[in-house]
Each structure stands twice: as structure tokens, then as C-alpha cells.
Design a binder for this molecule. Structure first.
Ligand SMILES: O=C(O)CCC(=O)C(=O)O
Ligand SMILES: [Fe+2]
Length: 393
């Protein structure tokens, strides 16, 4: 019955006629994106200059992060101003035309919230409610607008930077993930792998550990502002190892991590994958109680997040969990295989793989004395934003 009714509705639906009475309101529906789009390229150019300047007195990735931050702040400022200007015009129009203006905007589908009560009796309280809602929702609308614009304008560069997994395949790591592992991953399992032979020799892993320690000390990781992720710092490392002050063992590890998604891909993953050019170094200072509360690496409905699979590799030589804490806790999650919380010790060379958008996880507080280092590669879904959350799982 419901289907028949909605089929009839769809068939008889027509776009609202933009009559002369509605015409003055039609422009109010959208933010004028043209000046914002025109801004992206010059800002990116400026970002390159800022990067070149900063590189003279700080490590490459710290400079890159600082330059990106400046770019984002400027874009956010301009987008917020544009959204605020549009809200001001909406409120002006409604004030001028009274309830008729509000009704007109609603008919054009321009107004949030859709639940606003616009009956004569509720006027003028509706105006206050509209003003408050516009005010409260402005930051999230700014965020959406910014990611939409930056994304469209930089799409070509972004795509060019991301290599398909097969191009990155390396024979040396073929043994790390087996066909059965990928089958389990497809079935909702999280993989905890201790490859034999290890990704690196014990001596090489010590070199990596020393490199990461130095890298953090030189300012390569910045303190997290995420309230869920108190006390930790993060930096980005290019998977090529190019341009960063790290030794051959770390470069080898980065290349090997970037080659792992090709194995998953070769045994069959339901969606196309892309490997980003950078991976994250997570630093949890020992004894600080730093932790990362329970989270997903891609929240449902997140607009500009394509994370499909999370690959973690730990670099903590001589890690003693009883003394240092810092386990990765995998939580039971909807549609996933884990039924009881599972604590994974972050020991050097261990590889953990799970679905970014489905596997809930947290990092338990680090305790005494020893710093915790993790490398995280978020392999992305190679498709349209819109498809991400509506896809069959
Ligand atoms: O360091 C870990 O074990 C996990 C880190 C994490 O969950 C993240 O960065 O999203
Ligand atoms: Fe995470």
C-alpha cells in the first residue's frame, strides 16, 4: 500500500512553480559559491609559498601541516562569512515579508528547520526560532560548504596523488596477509597479525623507533585538539619516505605498509581502494595518561571522509603492557565479528587491520614512562562521497 501511495506521489510531483510571488525569495536558497571557488586556487598557491618559507626552519611535514592549517583557517573564515551573510538575507526577507516570507521560503525548500511552526498563532516566535537555529547550525553548514568547495576544486590533484593498491604491490610483504585473513576481514573481523618473517628485523625496528622519537622531538607531531584524544600528538609521514628526516629502515617500513592494501585488493575487496600519499604517526607520551576514547575512524554521514580500511603498525620495541598500558581495545560493533572487547598489545611489528567505518575502537591510557608509537594508514574508498553510507554492507 505504502509503495503504491508513494509511487503515485512521485509520479504526480512537480517542482514548485516559482511564481512572481516566490521569485524575490529564490536567490536566498543558496550561498554564492563563485567567489569562494575563485579563492581556492590563489590560496593553494599561497600555501605553497608558506610551505617553502616554513621549510627553511622546521621539518617538512610540520611545515606542511602548518601551511594546511593556514589554508583551512582562511577558507573557513570566508565560508563562515558567506553562510552568515546568507542567513542575514534570509532573516531580513522574513522580517520584511512577515509570515508570508517564511512560508515562501519553506515552499522553496530553503529553510531549516523543517519542523518550524509557521501558523499565524506561532508568529513571531517562529522568527526567533529560525534566527536561533540558523545561528546554531552555522558552523556545521560552514564545514560542509568548505569541504564541498575545496574538494571540487582540488579533485584532480587529490586523485592524481592517490595510487591504486596494485601499483604499490611488493613481493616482500605478500606473506603478511593470507586469503583466509581477507575472507575474515570481509566477514567483519578485525585482523591482528604478527607476520613471520616480520616486516622488519629487530635491529631495523629499533632504528625506526629511534627515528620516530627524534621526529617527534623535532616537532613533527602536533598535540591533538580532539577532546576524545586527549594528551596524544600526531604527524603525517609520506608513504614514499621522501623529504622527511628519517633513515632507511623507516622508509622501508613506510613503503611496506603502503603495499599491504594491494594484498587485500588481490584477494578481493568489495569496493575499489586507494592508498593516500601520507600515513599518520600517532604519539602517546608515556605516563601522561594519553588515550583515545572509543570511536570509529569514519562516522556515519561524514561528508569528506572516505576511510574504508584502517591499517595500524606498532613500533613499540620492548613494550610491557602490564607496566605501560596503551592497549588498542576493539569493541563489539554492529555487524562485526568481535562479540567481547578485545585488548591488543601495541608491540613492535604487529599489524592490525579493520573496517574504518564499522569497527569501534579505543586506545587505553598509557601509564608509566614509555612512549607509544603507532603508524596508521587509512585506505580510502575510491568512489563518490554520496555512495559511502548508503552502500550495501
Ligand atoms: O594507536 C592506535 O592504536 C589507534 C589510533 C586510532 O585509533 C586513530 O588514530 O584513529
Ligand atoms: Fe581510530
Amino acid at each position: 500500500m505504502a509503495c503504491a501511495a508513494s509511487a503515485r506521489c512521485v509520479a504526480s510531483w512537480r517542482p514548485p512553480l516559482e511564481s512572481a510571488a516566490l521569485r524575490p525569495f529564490t536567490d536566498l536558497r543558496q550561498v554564492d559559491e563563485a567567489p569562494l571557488r575563485a579563492l581556492v586556487r590563489p590560496l593553494l598557491k599561497r600555501q605553497e609559498l608558506v610551505l617553502a618559507q616554513k621549510q627553511q626552519h622546521m621539518p617538512h611535514t610540520a611545515a606542511l601541516q602548518a601551511a594546511c592549517l593556514e589554508f583551512n583557517e582562511e577558507m573557513a573564515r570566508r565560508c563562515l562569512a558567506a553562510v552568515a551573510e546568507r542567513d542575514r538575507r534570509v532573516l531580513d526577507a522574513v522580517r520584511r515579508h512577515g509570515r508570508g516570507g517564511l512560508l515562501a521560503l519553506q515552499r522553496l525548500g530553503a529553510l531549516q528547520p523543517p519542523w518550524l511552526d509557521v501558523r499565524a498563532a506561532a508568529w513571531p516566535r517562529a522568527l526567533d526560532e529560525l534566527a536561533r537555529t540558523l545561528d546554531e547550525t552555522r558552523p556545521s553548514r560552514e564545514y560542509n560548504l568548505r569541504s564541498q568547495i575545496v574538494r571540487t576544486e582540488t579533485d584532480q590533484t587529490y586523485t592524481a596523488q592517490r595510487k591504486a593498491p596494485r601499483e604499490l604491490a611488493l613481493r616482500e610483504v605478500e606473506h603478511v596477509i593470507r586469503r583466509e585473513d581477507v575472507e575474515r576481514l570481509r566477514g567483519g573481523a578485525a585482523l591482528v597479525l604478527d607476520p613471520q618473517p616480520a616486516l622488519l628485523s629487530a635491529a631495523q625496528m629499533r632504528e625506526v623507533h629511534a627515528d620516530l622519537k627524534r621526529y617527534v622531538k623535532e616537532g613533527g607531531a602536533v598535540a591533538s585538539h580532539n577532546p576524545c584524544n586527549r594528551g596524544s600528538s600526531h604527524g603525517m609521514l609520506p608513504v614514499s619516505g621522501a623529504g622527511v628526516n628519517v633513515g632507511p629502515a623507516t622508509c622501508e617500513l613506510l613503503r611496506k605498509i603502503a603495499a599491504l592494501p594491494a594484498i587485500v585488493d588481490s584477494y578481493g575487496w568489495p569496493r575499489p581502494l586507494k592508498v593516500p600519499p601520507m600515513l599518520q604517526l600517532g604519539f602517546f607520551p608515556g605516563g601522561s595518561g594519553a588515550q583515545y576514547k572509543i570511536h570509529l575512524d569514519r562516522q556515519p554521514g561524514e561528508v569528506n571522509n572516505r576511510r574504508e580500511l584502517t591499517f595500524l603498525v606498532y613500533c613499540n620495541v620492548d613494550w610491557d603492557t602490564a607496566r605501560c598500558g596503551g592497549c588498542l581495545r576493539l569493541h563489539p560493533s554492529k555487524g562485526m565479528a568481535i562479540k567481547e572487547p578485545l585488548d591488543v598489545e601495541p608491540i613492535a611489528g604487529r599489524v592490525v587491520i579493520f573496517e574504518s567505518g564499522r569497527q569501534l575502537h579505543e586506545v587505553l591510557p598509557t601509564k608509566m614512562g614509555v612512549d607509544r608509537y603507532a603508524l596508521t594508514l587509512w585506505v580510502e574508498y575510491d568512489g563518490e562521497w554520496e555512495n559511502l553510507d548508503s552502500r550495501a554492507t
